[in-house]
Design a protein around this ligand. Structure first.
Ligand SMILES: [Fe+2]
Ligand SMILES: [Fe+2]
Length: 175
C-alpha cells in the first residue's frame, strides 16, 4: 500500500491498527501459503457445491459473494464505519435485483416452490434493511456477527433453496 503525503498527515489510531493488521496478514500469508489466502476470504466460491447450473444466476451469486467479501475486507481493515453505508446499500440493491430476476423466472415457468422461496427472499431483504437502519441510527456497527449471518444465509440459501430449481429450470431449457 502506497500512501500520499496528504493521506499520511490524516492518519489516526484506527488507521494505524488497520495498517498493522494488513501487514501482519500479508506476512502470515507469505509464511503459510495458499491456505491462509483462502482463510482470509469470508466466502470461497465453490462451483461444485454452489453452482445452480444456470450461467446468468451463477454470475449473480458470484457477485453477491464478492459484495459480502468486500464488506469483510472493510471490517478487517478497521474502516467499517466509513464505507459501510455505501457497501451495504450496494448489497441491498444488488440482492433486490437478483431476487427479482429469480422471481421473474419463477413466474415465467410457473415454478411450483415459488411462494416459499420468495418468502425467504423477503425475510432476508427485511433483515439487511434493518441492519442498515440500525447502523444509520448509530445503534450498531458492522460486526463479525452480521458478516457471519450474511455468509451463512447466502451460502445456505444458494445450496439449499436455489439449487432446488436447477433441474426444473434446466428441464425448461434455462442454462
Ligand atoms: Fe439466488
Ligand atoms: Fe433465491
Amino acid at each position: 500500500m502506497i500512501l500520499t503525503l496528504q493521506q499520511i498527515r490524516h492518519i489516526n489510531n484506527s488507521d494505524l491498527v488497520a495498517i498493522k493488521n494488513m501487514v501482519f496478514c500479508k506476512q502470515t500469508v507469505l509464511e503459510t501459503g495458499k491456505e491462509m489466502v483462502m482463510a482470509s476470504t469470508l466466502i470461497q466460491w465453490d462451483d461444485r457445491k454452489m453452482s445452480v447450473n444456470i450461467e446468468e444466476i451463477d454470475k449473480q451469486h458470484k457477485a453477491l459473494v464478492g459484495l459480502i467479501n468486500n464488506l469483510f475486507d472493510v471490517v478487517k481493515a478497521g474502516r467499517s464505519n466509513e464505507i459501510f453505508e455505501k457497501l451495504i446499500s450496494d448489497l441491498i440493491r444488488y440482492t433486490e435485483f437478483h431476487f427479482l430476476d429469480e422471481e421473474k423466472y419463477f413466474k415465467q415457468y410457473n415454478y411450483p416452490e415459488a411462494k416459499a422461496h420468495m418468502l425467504q427472499h423477503k425475510e432476508f431483504i427485511d433483515k439487511i434493511s434493518l441492519f442498515k437502519k440500525d447502523f444509520d441510527s448509530g445503534k450498531t456497527g458492522l460486526t463479525r456477527k452480521v458478516l457471519d449471518f450474511l455468509r451463512d444465509w447466502l451460502v445456505e440459501h444458494i445450496m439449499g433453496t436455489d439449487k432446488k430449481y436447477s433441474k426444473f429450470f434446466n428441464d425448461h431449457g434455462l442454462r
